[in-house]
Design a protein around this ligand. Structure first.
Ligand SMILES: [Zn+2]
Length: 389
């Protein structure tokens, strides 16, 4: 702790050291909690709760066959303990939905969710839920969270192209070869339905080769995920087709990946003009590696694309700083906005200025102490973050 020795030279050294010790102790406790928490999570068997969505149409066309095979197939990771239930969209509450990490929807028919039902699904999606819609052939869902429309006719199976090969649904729990992707679903028997219209928020993951139309879509945000498969993957699982089982385990694994979250520190501070303030960030979840862009007053700062950023204001006033983090799957998270107030102090510290009476006020000394401590905290946090990586 060589940095603390330097501080003994100042008038408020004792106060700084006491506060610094408290800050350090708290940081250390946080570090211990974080690291042990992570280890316990890794050691435990994953208990996964999945629900099949019950709605007033043929919701159970692939149930229980696909579910039983997913439970019993030896490809299921040995440390997964999967609990399957059904959930009735008409009678279940928003809270009931939040018990689950993954909701599976399948069918052959047309169904229009009521606004209330749509609200429950949306609430689930906004609270770290993952939804998998698998078209068993002829499915049309209306008033679903993000619109998706399947073709009404059967298409001739002509092969499937992978658009995002590193996506966790292709390269996750299992890595699917292009031959395996090509064989996904019941397409080979002519049941495959194309996706003919979609909300622009979806991204294409797999495309039909002959027509260039999407067969599999994903939606990913910092709070929820959706995968749409037009290939009737669940019926193929009823037929115990290996590539479809692997894909389904990738869907379950994807639903378990913590969502992207980002925060910056400090979130507020007052500094004296000419000083710098160092912002650090902490990012978790999503799919590393992450890329960074710092914003000052809503504008991207040129070259500020690292995990930390030193801001050196050249004029007084209030500044608003935030960070945008993007993960390897193009999901972005924006942090809270930090407010920095920049004030003037005369050169030389304690000389009395007629213009700025406030500089003689002891509160300025307090502010200086606060800034020093803030920078110290940032350093501690950065060290802690490095140690846990
Ligand atoms: Zn099916």
């Amino acid at each position: 702790m060589t940095s603390m020795v330097k501080w003994e030279e100042g008038d408020t050294a004792m106060r700084k050291i006491i506060v610094a010790k408290i800050v350090f102790s708290l940081s250390f406790v946080c570090f211990l909690l974080f690291s042990f928490g992570t280890r316990f999570a890794e050691a435990d068997t994953a208990h996964i709760k999945i629900a099949w969505l019950q709605y007033p149409a043929d919701w159970n066309c692939d149930e229980p066959g696909a579910r039983v095979n997913l439970q019993t197939n030896p490809l299921k990771p040995s440390d997964w303990d999967i609990e399957w239930n059904t959930i009735d969209v008409q009678t279940a509450s928003e809270e009931d939905f939040l018990q689950y990490g993954l909701i599976v929807i399948s069918g052959h028919s047309s169904y229009s969710f009521t606004p209330e039902e749509n609200g429950k699904l949306k609430h689930f999606l906004d609270n770290r839920g993952t939804i998998w819609v698998d078209n068993c052939g002829g499915l049309q869902l209306s008033n679903f969270i993000l619109s998706v429309e399947f073709s009404n006719y059967e298409v001739q199976y002509m092969g499937q192209d992978i658009i995002v090969p590193n996506h966790p649904l292709i390269d996750g729990v299992y890595t699917l070869s292009s031959a395996e992707v090509n064989a996904l679903g019941e397409g080979a028997t002519g049941n495959s339905n194309l996706i003919v219209d979609k909300d622009p928020s979806y991204k294409e993951l797999i495309r039909e080769h002959a027509t260039g139309e999407p067969l599999t879509l994903t939606y990913e945000s910092t709070t929820g995920r959706i995968v749409i498969t037009a290939q009737d993957v669940l019926c193929a699982i009823e037929s115990v087709e290996t590539e479809d089982l692997k894909f389904a385990y990738n869907v379950i694994g994807w639903s378990m990946v913590p969502f992207l979250q980002a925060a910056i520190s400090p979130v507020s501070a007052t500094i004296i003009i000419g000083q710098s303030i160092l912002f650090s960030s902490s990012v978790s979840g999503g799919f590393p590696p992450y890329s960074y862009q710092w914003y000052l007053n809503n504008n991207p700062v040129s070259g500020a694309t690292a995990s930390s950023w030193a801001f050196t204001p050249t004029s007084t006033g209030n500044y608003y700083i935030c960070l945008n983090v993007t993960d390897a799957q193009d999901t972005s998270a924006q942090t809270q906005v930090a407010q920095i107030t920049v004030i003037i102090t005369p050169v030389g510290g304690y000389s009395i200025s007629t213009t700025y009476k406030a500089t003689t006020d002891p509160s300025v000394l307090y502010l200086a102490t606060f800034v020093t401590l803030t920078l110290f905290c940032v350093n501690i946090r950065r060290k802690t973050t490095k140690r846990t990586n």
